[in-house]
Design a protein around this ligand. Structure first.
Ligand code: HEC
Ligand code: HEC
Length: 379
């Protein structure tokens, strides 16, 4: 009995050693879209940094701030520097901010973004707004945390084309980072997890809730113009002529997917809004493998929408007028067309004036204090 226990202990030891060896392996490179590898280099030192008081607009629900990555002033400052650092791309050409620029509400103004070697990304850059209230990222929602999301642009061969070991060694060699890591995380150890955590903390501070619309609707500011108010009503109204369709209100049907409660202007769900009848980009189906998800994309927020042209996942529409005309046309029929797109090939029947008013309303969602916030720009 005693011998057999000793034998099994002897047998287990090499396995334990082997396990330690593998767990001590430095950060490995990930494939595009893979989550940031779990940190095994830097210890977690609880209580490091100055806790950040998250400013939640009173009419927003509680954000989903992960307990494992508490926001600190120092962590946010570090994340901001990393976000704007071209060293995070292979040829030092692009930072995150190159495709997520403040003047475009942290998107850019081209259909596909220009990558570090001059190639174009297949999808349109997304505005970075109120991400603390999101839990699926990218047009197809393929990752669920901001922390994991960061590996994707860093590894993407068109976007930044970097591997983690090079990223970590560049950051370690920088003159300023070691002190900033120490201030944020308790010591100057650098690993992929800390890099991702800091950038995520910074992006969570990008809160927009002070547009002309918010001021009028929530803060008793100057009222919207008659055209903007008509646009707001059309946004909230059911589509369809009431003489033909039960419940029709001759409206735009927008609220179904873009949030009738006027908070985030998105339901955070995936829909096919009738852009195509045949799909070159499978959208959500590429993530789930489910045919019912073909051509479904994440509903984007409409906050700051006037700043983020061109529109849709592929940037096919250059103006908000074109977008509203698309909805007014009813969109293209396909097997996965959303039931809330109620009039495919028939149309909503909005007049020219209605379209103009809807666009005027969308333009009230621009938040100049957000895009000009000096806490977000290049440090
Ligand atoms: C070359 C341009 C480019 C660069 C550089 C870039 N992005 Fe992006 N970003 C995009 C594009 C394009 C998308 C949409 C991709 C998709 O859906 O497949 C996107 C999407 C995102 C999203 C998802 C937003 C949402 O609402 O789901 C976040 C967050 C983001 N990027 C953050 C970053 C960060 C952080 C960096 C730097 C580490 C970065 N990006 C670098 C172009 C870029
Ligand atoms: C069935 C749900 C649904 C309805 C109804 C709907 N949308 Fe959308 N909207 C979406 C989705 C999903 C996208 C992204 C689609 C894509 O890129 O493939 C989108 C994209 C947009 C965009 C482009 C956003 C960007 O960042 O590129 C605008 C603007 C917009 N919608 C406005 C409206 C307006 C105005 C209405 C009403 C007339 C409306 N939507 C009705 C789901 C909907």
């Amino acid at each position: 009995m005693e011998i057999s226990i000793r034998n099994s202990v002897l047998l287990i030891w090499p396995l334990v050693l082997l396990g330690l060896l593998f767990s001590c392996k430095p950060d490995d490179d990930g494939e595009p879209g893979e989550p940031a590898p779990k940190s095994i280099l830097c210890e977690v030192i609880p209580g490091s940094g100055t806790p950040h008081e998250f400013q939640k607009p009173y009419f927003f629900p509680e954000p989903s701030l992960p307990a494992y990555n508490p926001m600190t002033e120092e962590g946010i400052a570090l994340g901001r520097k990393l976000f704007w650092d071209e060293q995070l791309s292979r040829n030092n050409a692009l930072s995150c901010g190159s495709c997520h620029a403040p003047e475009h509400a942290f998107a850019d103004n081209v259909a596909g973004s220009v990558g570090l070697y001059g190639d174009f990304t297949p999808r349109n850059s997304m505005a970075l707004i109120n991400l603390a209230w999101n839990n699926n990222f990218f047009w197809d929602g393929r990752v669920n945390t901001l922390e994991e999301q960061i590996a994707s642009p860093i590894h993407d061969p068109i976007e930044m084309d970097m591997d983690w070991p090079t990223t970590v060694s560049r950051v370690k060699q920088d003159a300023e980072y070691p002190t900033m890591f120490a201030a944020a995380f308790g010591n100057d150890c650098v690993d992929t997890l800390r890099i991702s955590y800091a950038i995520a903390q910074f992006m969570r501070t990008m809160v927009s809730a002070n547009s002309q619309f918010d001021k009028a609707y929530y803060y008793g500011g100057l009222p919207l113009s008659p055209s903007e108010i008509r646009g707001q009503e059309l946004f909230l109204a059911e589509g369809g002529d009431p003489n033909i369709y039960i419940g029709g209100q001759n409206g735009g049907d927008c609220f179904h997917c873009h949030g009738g409660a006027f908070v985030q202007f998105t339901d955070h769900q995936f829909h096919n809004n009738g852009l195509d009848s045949v799909f070159t980009d499978l959208g959500r189906e590429g993530v789930t493998g489910i045919a019912y998800d073909r051509g479904l994309f994440k509903t984007p927020t409409l906050r700051n929408i006037a700043l983020t042209a061109p529109y849709m996942h592929d940037g096919r529409f250059g103006t908000l007028h074109e977008v509203v005309e698309h909805y007014n046309s009813g969109g293209h029929l396909s097997q996965t067309l959303d039931p809330l797109m109620k009039f495919p090939n028939v149309g909503l029947g909005l007049s020219e004036q209605d379209v103009d008013d809807l666009v005027s309303f969308l333009e009230t969602l621009t938040d100049t204090s957000f895009v000009n916030n000096t806490n977000f720009g290049k440090p």
